[in-house]
Design a protein around this ligand. Structure first.
Ligand code: PMP
Length: 422
């Protein structure tokens, strides 16, 4: 299986430190994926039709509006949402989607939001200081605890408004049991938001669920992690929810009627899309979804999982490579590790300069989670608080995309052996 030909820039040569040129290997897909060729073709194809949507009566404006509006159902279908009752609000990325929901969730500061100890900052910080926030614990390996969720739901006695959880961790790759979480949340009167940034590109999602109570209420994701460009993402949720209250951003496109004395807000999703929308971003996102569907999400999941298992197996045979809980079950293709005795940043830099391999190092915008996985104690955290610029412990992260190959993993293993034996 090889999907390489579908992706732009997979044959890019780059200069190394020794001035030799090599083919670039990108193992940083959890940060951003390169675009599909079909996405770039769609952008070129539609560019002549580029026109402001919703406002104009000109032909191009009508075509642009139609394309933009029709894309919503494609996106809803892609994530298995109920088209009649759900809506897709376009945003610039996952972070904006989550902030939007946090601004729209409830006006009562006694609302309780349950987040988890494994979240990206984008699904942690937007809830803080607005609501009562508590964190569901993970086990030593960083896996979600359903037991702790149950305990916390009982503790807050139906006061939890939302359980917000990542679909898959951007640090360890662990996939959360989102439908089981949804069921528990719903039975306790709460809704669920899934941060789908790391799940949507890698695994089929069915927001509608499989049995009663287990549907997903809200889903957030970013185009740039699923082979579309930067600047587009979606927040999906029930129309009924977004009909209520005022939008967080107000302005052009959000209203039905305005006088000096009153405002009648438009229906969702327009109400929550203030200003001129990102038409080309949305068209690019739908082109990416077309290609993902053509390949088939099940095939993508299966192929990426085989990359994960292969890389994990090979890494586990290198003395000095520290893997964090060597358990590859229920994971998207992400592997965090360290090389004993070498600072994570140095390893990442050497891989880039000497082997042309791009990875990420640090805490991946999930500092509390990484602190827990690395067993950093409170005193050390205090030390860093006094001096936030001190070099901090972290990890190196490999994250695979559907176009990566086993040969590329072999190159990585060769490069890591060289670094380690120095
Ligand atoms: N959540 C998770 C799990 C992520 O991995 C990321 C991106 N690293 C985000 C949220 C934020 O995504 P964006 O930067 O596209 O808003």
């Amino acid at each position: 299986m090889n999907f390489r030909h579908l992706v732009l820039g997979t044959d890019t040569y780059i200069p190394l430190k020794n001035r030799k040129w090599t083919k670039y290997i990108n193992f940083d897909n959890a940060a951003t994926t390169p675009p599909f060729k079909s996405v770039m073709e769609a952008i070129n194809y539609f560019a002549p039709w580029y026109s402001s949507i919703h406002r104009g009566t000109g032909y191009k404006s009508i075509v642009s509006t139609e394309l933009y509006e029709n894309s919503r159902n494609k996106i809803l279908r892609f994530v298995g949402a109920d088209i009649e009752n759900y809506t897709a609000i376009y945003v610039k990325n996952t972070t904006e989607a989550i902030n939007k929901l946090s601004n729209r969730l409830c006006k009562d500061d006694k609302c309780v939001v349950l987040s988890t100890s494994m979240e990206h900052h984008s699904n942690d910080l937007p809830w803080r200081n607005k609501f009562i926030v508590d964190y569901i614990e993970t086990d030593e390996c960083g896996r979600f605890s359903l037991d702790d969720l149950e305990k916390k739901l009982i503790k807050y006695n139906r006061k939890v408004k939302l359980v917000t959880v990542t679909g898959a961790s951007n640090v360890t790759g662990y996939i959360n049991p989102i439908h089981q979480i949804a069921k528990l949340a719903h039975k306790n009167g709460a809704m669920i938001l899934v941060d789908g940034a790391q799940l949507v590109p890698h695994k089929k999602i069915n927001m509608d669920g499989y049995s009663s109570y287990d549907q997903i209420d809200f889903l957030a994701f970013s185009g740039h992690k699923m082979y579309a460009p930067f600047g587009v993402g979606a927040l999906i949720g029930p129309k009924r929810f977004f009909e209520r209250g005022e939008p967080d951003y107000k302005g052009g496109g959000t209203v039905k009627l305005v006088s000096r004395d009153f405002v009648i807000w438009d229906d969702p999703p327009s109400k929550d899309e203030a200003g001129t929308p990102n038409l080309m971003g949305v068209l690019a996102l739908t082109a990416a979804i077309d290609t993902l569907e053509k390949i088939g999400m099940d095939r993508i999941e299966e192929y990426e999982y085989s990359l994960l298992e292969y890389a994990n197996e090979r890494l586990s045979h290198i003395d000095g490579i520290e893997l964090y809980c060597n358990d590859t079950s229920n994971k998207v293709a992400i592997i965090p590790f360290n090389v004993r005795g070498i600072y994570h940043e140095k390893v990442a830099q050497t891989l880039a300069e000497e082997a042309g391999i791009g990875v990420r190092s640090g805490c991946f915008c999930a500092q509390p989670y990484v602190q827990r996985l690395l067993k950093i104690n409170k005193d050390d955290i205090e030390k860093f608080r006094k001096n936030p610029d001190l070099k901090r412990p972290g990890m190196i992260r490999l994250s695979f995309g559907l176009y990566n190959t086993f040969e590329e993993i072999d190159c990585l293993i060769w490069a890591l052996r060289k670094i380690k034996n120095r």
